[in-house]
Design a binder for this molecule. Structure first.
Ligand SMILES: [Zn+2]
Ligand SMILES: [Zn+2]
Length: 434
């Protein structure tokens, strides 16, 4: 659940405001958690704006729940804006107003900050890194990213944006650490498309592909796979339909002739059916779990059908996924996952070590601040930053405050990593070293 605050001259800029799911084996549904917004809620008059980098839940999910406590303009790209509006409406949460839509490449002045939206590739479209400047200095906030030259939806990765930011002398890069312990380079969505095409072409019965609803490129690839294998595509699961229609409404996807009403799926010959389903983590009540239990009202799978897992298992969900797969196997339904697939059927949306090294070489920051990962991921990211020219790298914990600029005093100030301390009126006093 990401929430970043950048402060300068008495003003704050919020970047992302997401949720996470607390897993508890005694509960059927996981509990939603948000960041603790008290610090900024108490000084909401000083909050100049909220910038959302992309449409994933861990970056936008808390907005409908928390926005009323700091009701300022929200700036984001058109797809993320559309997803946010639909999610807020679906959950009975608050739709922020105004939502200011920003086109990649554009700049906005938000309080004392100048923010430039830099297009970057990730596992959901319209993701942007941010080049944030103020009188004290400038930084690059990468958001979640990978280098994908052929992302299937949206433009390919273009390093020029980051080299240009680097040429302006960045004080800091705040960077995704998710895959910093993974050597090499992430797989392109175009490779996944080829892998899915081969896998589906080899199947004889119905094929169900489980993937994350926000991965519009994967849906695009599966529409393509359906055309190439003489199948029709059905989207099972409300979040898939929401994401698909959000992508169509902002022009990222075309409405395909191959896409059919899910009510028709049960009437087609089995070898003409391709289904995308939600519930790859074994979630209670999701389409995949109902298919496994034989309780889906529109479709029943049979022996000889295939389920392809085009997703990863999020740590903590191993048991529920294993239970789900066992139910399919017990019914004679084949499973293809990352291990059994001949070619990749899933790709991560986060940068591996080679990609991180390239990003530091282009952006050449003095200071790296690894975020978005556990300690070991952030430490690995910090190491890569130092090996690629950063003079300093800071890893912290939730609630930590770092001084990024200006020099001199950078080293002394940034070394103070700790908790925020406030006086009785809620003014920021100091940070206590942890
Ligand atoms: Zn994320
Ligand atoms: Zn993400």
């Amino acid at each position: 659940m990401n929430l970043n605050l950048y402060g300068h001259d008495g003003a704050w800029l919020m970047v992302d405001c997401g949720i996470t799911f607390e897993r508890d084996s005694t509960r059927i549904r996981p509990r939603v958690q948000t960041p603790d917004p008290q610090f900024i809620a108490e000084r909401k008059d000083a909050l100049a704006g909220i910038v959302l980098t992309h449409a994933h839940e861990d970056h936008i999910g808390a907005i409908p729940l928390l926005w009323e406590r700091f009701p300022v303009p929200v700036y984001t790209t058109p797809f993320t804006a559309e997803v946010l509006r639909r999610k807020a409406a679906g959950r009975g949460g608050k739709i922020p107003s105004p939502i200011i839509e920003c086109i990649p490449g554009e700049e906005q002045t938000i309080g004392p900050f100048n923010v430039r939206w830099l297009p970057i590739t990730h596992s959901t479209p319209d993701t942007c890194a941010l080049h944030i400047r103020c009188a004290a200095g400038s930084l690059l906030h990468t958001a979640d990213w990978k280098i994908d030259e052929m992302p299937q939806v949206g433009p390919g990765f273009n390093s020029d944006w980051f080299a240009a930011a680097g040429a302006s002398e960045l004080d800091a890069v705040v960077c995704d650490s998710t895959n910093a312990v993974v050597p090499g380079h992430s797989i392109s969505e175009s490779t996944v498309r080829d892998g899915l095409l081969k896998a589906v072409a080899a199947c004889e019965g119905r094929v169900v592909v489980a993937c994350f609803a926000s991965n519009i490129a994967r849906i695009h690839s599966l529409i393509d796979v359906a055309s190439n294998t003489g199948r029709y595509l059905g989207l099972l699961g409300r979040s898939l339909q929401t994401m698909h229609s959000a992508a169509v409404s902002v022009g990222l996807l075309e409405r395909s002739q191959r896409l059919i009403e899910t009510g028709h799926l049960g009437y087609l010959p089995r070898d003409e059916v391709l289904i995308v389903a939600t519930g790859s983590q074994g979630e209670h009540g999701a389409a995949l779990q109902r298919l496994a239990a034989g309780t889906h009202h529109q479709l029943e799978l049979e022996p000889g059908d295939t389920v392809i897992l085009s997703s990863r298992v999020i740590p903590g969900n191993e048991e529920s996924v294993e239970r789900l797969l066992k139910r399919f196997r017990d019914q004679g339904i084949s499973i293809i996952d990352g291990e059994s697939a001949v070619q990749p059927v899933h790709a991560s949306g986060h940068p591996c070590q080679e990609e991180l090294a390239s990003m530091y070489q282009w952006s050449r920051p003095r200071l790296a601040v690894p975020v978005h990962g556990e300690q070991r991921h952030m430490k690995a990211n910090a190491q890569i930053a130092r090996e690629n020219g950063a003079q300093m790298a800071l890893t912290g914990e939730n609630g930590d405050l770092f001084y990024l600029a200006p020099e001199p005093g950078l080293r002394r100030k940034v070394a103070m990593v700790g908790r925020l301390e406030q006086d009785e009126e809620g003014r920021l006093l100091a940070i206590s070293p942890s």
